[in-house]
Ligand binder design. Structure first.
Ligand code: FES
Length: 277
């Protein structure tokens, strides 16, 4: 079972603004029934101000709550202000969403963007991207955008935010490549990179092993866990958690919030740590 906030539960049980506005000035239709989630957002717009918003959603409790929240957020807003709403804003309005359900807030933002684009007679760039995940019809543009905006650092996080990779898994290699490409591009645009030092592959592996031995492994061993370095491929560091870490429900948090952060701090800012599956 997912842990929902009271606000999510309330919006799911009593969704606001359900329905469809006839003769809407902006319509955003995103997702598909085949993919398990679909949202149709209709906006009534007068003098560039959203005077009414309604939605029809097919999906889980988070999808319904996110859609309901979105309509409440945009009503009364100027279009230019509404277009600045991010998926994080929708999740924040709801007091947070389980990380596996963040794609519901992304679907809300996409529907809003599509409705505003429709109002302005524009075609969104994501509609022109190349499909990288056939199961959920997700494009490369959508994946790269999610990686940048939400600072994603693993394929699992991409799945949480976009659903890409959550089906047959055939797109996993493409998602990894996109992740690395996007993170590398992002780092190039950061003006000051603290640890952007040049190092050979061998130096990188040695430093990673050293930090694992000196800093990380002793901490994990205190709780009966351990870690093994499996591979280093560019900036991707594959590790295997051992001992009590394997059965720990917080292993993903350990990996991202402790191991990855430590390696970035002490070896290289751009490292991405993944678990060997
Ligand atoms: S192609 Fe992406 S999960 Fe199947």
């Amino acid at each position: 079972m997912w842990e929902y906030t009271d606000t999510v539960t309330e919006h799911f049980q009593n969704p606001r603004n359900v329905g469809e506005i006839p003769d809407a000035q902006g319509t955003g239709d995103v997702g598909s029934l085949a993919c398990g989630d679909a949202l149709k957002l209709t906006l009534k717009i007068e003098n560039d101000c959203i005077v009414d918003a309604k939605f029809k959603t097919f999906g889980c409790a988070s999808a319904i709550a996110s859609s309901s929240a979105l309509t409440e957020m945009v009503k009364g807003m100027k279009v230019e202000d509404a277009e600045k709403i991010t998926n994080e804003d929708i999740a924040d309005f709801l007091g947070g969403l389980p990380k596996e359900k963040m794609h519901c807030s992304v679907m809300g933002r996409e529907a809003l963007e599509a409705a505003i684009a429709d109002y302005r007679g524009l075609v969104l760039p994501s509609a022109e991207g190349e499909i990288v995940c056939e199961c959920f019809g997700v494009t490369d543009i959508e994946v790269s955008r999610a990686v940048k905006e939400s600072n994603l650092r693993s394929v699992e996080e991409i799945t949480n935010f976009t659903k890409a990779g959550g089906g047959c898994g055939k797109c996993e290699d493409k998602l990894r490549a996109l992740l690395l490409e996007t993170v590398s591009e992002d780092l190039k645009t950061v003006p000051v990179i603290k640890k952007a030092k040049k190092m050979t592959a061998l130096q990188k592996i040695k430093q990673i092993e050293e930090v694992l031995d000196r800093e990380i492994r002793p901490e994990l061993k205190k709780d009966g866990g351990d870690i093994e370095l499996i591979d280093v491929d560019g900036d991707f560091v594959t590790v295997s958690l051992r001992g009590s870490c394997t059965s720990c429900t917080n292993s993903e948090t350990t990996l991202k919030e402790y191991v990855e952060k430590k390696l970035r701090e002490l070896v290289l800012d751009s490292l991405i740590v993944e678990e060997d599956k």
